[in-house]
Ligand binder design. Structure first.
Ligand SMILES: [Cu+2]
Length: 308
């Protein structure tokens, strides 16, 4: 996280973040000046015209055309400035440059999946090259989520059955926090990811390294990042059961029966989680993993098998 921003705003690390901030400060300071002026005059009048004598009857006040014109014209000008300025910034933020690099974002309770043009996918880390516009096409596999990168001044709802998109261009290499900012269930606050912004060269190298065939256990370990919000591998009970040292043991199921925790059971638990529900847990594991490739499933099975 860029922690060196002011207490008001985090560091501005995208090309348009400065424009958003400028507008924010304009609205902030005009509001502050108006607030102080209105309250100040009010307090002055309260004291100046307070009732000091029970018999005193003040002169009736008559309208002042000049004053009325002023408080109609000035706020109108101010709101028009904020509107035209805001609309310009809004247009710039909402239309990605045509030469953007596309990344697909899939949100799911409670993890992020990023898929790059080259067919590479990553979980919980969004790699991007610095100095190049990045466009994200985002969708949800289940409920409402919202994608938020404070340092880039980027925020957009992610809605089931519909695409939304944002774009940004990062100005400096570094790591920046991604949040989900739409309450989406128990582990909503843990639905986090990092932007890893690196140079063009490093990004290309990263893509190549990801494209290499990984040994099954390593592939499984990487895929497991999306499961880790619900499954620990150290015995800790999260939303789902811990998955270490399970292989070859008997599992108690909610319907009172038992099942051997073997390759078949792992596979079935992933592609059809509702088929056998572990005792003491809610059947809330997402059904979306049924679209995993055979290779990915093999990797996950190999990884879970390898856990001591
Ligand atoms: Cu969410």
């Amino acid at each position: 996280m860029g922690d060196s921003g002011s207490i008001w705003l985090p560091d501005a690390m995208s090309t348009f973040a400065g424009e958003v901030d400028a507008l924010f400060w304009f609205v902030f300071w005009t509001s502050t000046v108006l607030f102080v002026a209105v309250i100040g005059v009010k307090i002055y009048f309260m004291i100046r015209y307070r009732r000091t004598d029970d018999t005193y009857v003040p002169e009736p006040v008559h309208e002042s055309k000049r004053l009325e014109a002023a408080w109609i014209v000035l706020p109108t000008i101010l709101t028009l400035i904020v509107f035209t300025w805001g609309f310009q910034v809004f247009l710039r933020i909402s239309s990605a440059p045509p030469d953007s690099y596309d990344i697909t974002v899939r949100a799911q309770q409670w993890s992020w999946e990023f898929e790059y043009a080259e067919g590479v996918t990553s979980f919980s880390e969004l790699y991007v090259p610095v100095g190049r516009p990045i466009k994200l096409m985002m969708s949800s596999e289940d409920v409402l989520h919202s994608f938020f990168i404070p340092a880039f001044r980027v925020k957009m709802d992610i809605i089931p059955n519909r695409y939304t998109s944002v774009w940004f261009e990062v100005t400096e290499p570094g790591e920046y926090q991604i949040y989900c900012t739409e309450y989406c269930g128990t582990e909503h606050s843990g639905m986090l990811a990092q932007v890893i912004a690196v140079s063009e060269v490093d990004f290309a190298a990263w893509l190549v390294s990801q494209n290499q065939d990984l040994p099954p256990v390593e592939l499984g370990e990487r895929l497991f990042e999306q499961c880790a919000i619900c499954h620990s591998t150290n015995g800790e009970r999260l939303v789902g059961p811990s998955l270490d040292a399970r292989f070859g043991t008997m599992r108690a199921l909610a319907d009172g029966s038992t099942v051997l925790f073997d390759e078949d059971y792992i596979r079935e638990s992933i592609v059809n989680p509702a088929a056998k529900v572990a005792e003491g847990f809610q059947p809330i594991m997402p059904a979306g993993y049924s679209s995993m490739s055979a290779k990915e499933l093999d990797g996950l099975v190999a990884y879970l098998k390898s856990l001591e």
